[in-house]
Design a binder for this molecule. Structure first.
Ligand code: PEP
Length: 255
């Protein structure tokens, strides 16, 4: 099973800062073996410069969002093809900040997934419940709806290209991490959903990331859970030292 560590920089870093980070990350990871696959998601302005720095390294680049249309009168938006051309291999889709701050609903997220796949990007689909939904015991119902509607009409040949990121909204940027067993429970539910909707084989092969206040201190415990295949990291991915400590979590546990 693959393990992936992905950093979502959100609206942080100028081009100069992003390029400096990419150069340092490349240097620190050069020649390292036995580490997870690594992805960084810079803001749109830095996608191409960062891709150029990372070309030929093992680190791949993701867009933080894409528009569902190929082109047209959508002021301020960027298409999947444009992100691909800028050097992206992945696109984060349905991040909770897109859902809550920009009103993206499952139907739109479904269109964005199709657009990303059509452009040859691998989507990282983010799903997760709010605190209120968790407290009302609605977590599985919400996850099920986000999967049903987000992946609506997509066949197994598309779904096998998708990475799922479980990101409980109450844990994002709050310093409150789901406990390893809370996260594992939802990851197992997601894998079970994939087995029913797709196939046992696809479900076993799908990379399911955890996101929500992951740090070098808690990464090892989260990643030791059987259905957690890596992490999507916001805050702790902005500093190259802390990001690398998470990437090297199996060597630095307890350090
Ligand atoms: C995120 O934005 O995807 C995220 C998980 O953020 P943080 O690590 O800061 O909670």
């Amino acid at each position: 099973m693959r393990t992936i560590i992905a950093g979502n920089w959100k609206m942080n870093k100028t081009i100069a800062e992003a390029v400096d980070f990419a150069n340092r990350l490349r240097e620190k990871l050069a020649g390292k073996t036995g580490i997870p696959e690594v992805i960084v998601a810079p803001p749109f302005t830095a996608l191409n410069p960062v891709s150029v720095v990372l070309r030929g390294s093992a680190v791949l680049v993701a867009a933080q969002n894409i528009h569902e249309a190929d082109h047209g009168a959508f002021t301020g938006e960027v298409s999947a093809l444009m992100a691909r051309e800028a050097g992206c291999t992945y696109a984060i889709i349905g991040h909770s900040e897109r859902r809550t701050l920009f009103g993206e609903r499952d139907e739109r997220i479904n269109k964005k997934l199709s657009a990303a796949l059509a452009a040859g990007l691998h989507p990282i689909l983010c799903i997760g419940e709010t605190l209120q939904e968790r407290e009302e015991n609605q977590t599985e119902r919400v996850i099920e709806r986000q999967l049903n509607e987000g992946l609506n009409n997509l066949g197994n040949d598309d779904i096998e290209k998708i990475i799922v990121a479980y990101e409980p909204v109450w844990a994002i940027g709050t310093g409150k991490t789901a406990t390893p067993s809370q996260a594992q429970e939802v990851h197992r539910f997601i894998r079970g959903w994939l087995a029913k909707r797709c196939s046992g084989e696809l479900s076993q092969q799908t990379v399911i990331l955890y996101g929500g206040s992951v740090t070098p201190q808690n990464a090892g415990a989260l990643m030791s859970q059987p259905d957690i295949n890596g992490a999507l990291i916001g805050g702790a991915s902005l500093d190259v030292e802390s990001f690398v400590r998470i990437i090297e979590y199996q060597f630095t546990q307890g350090v």
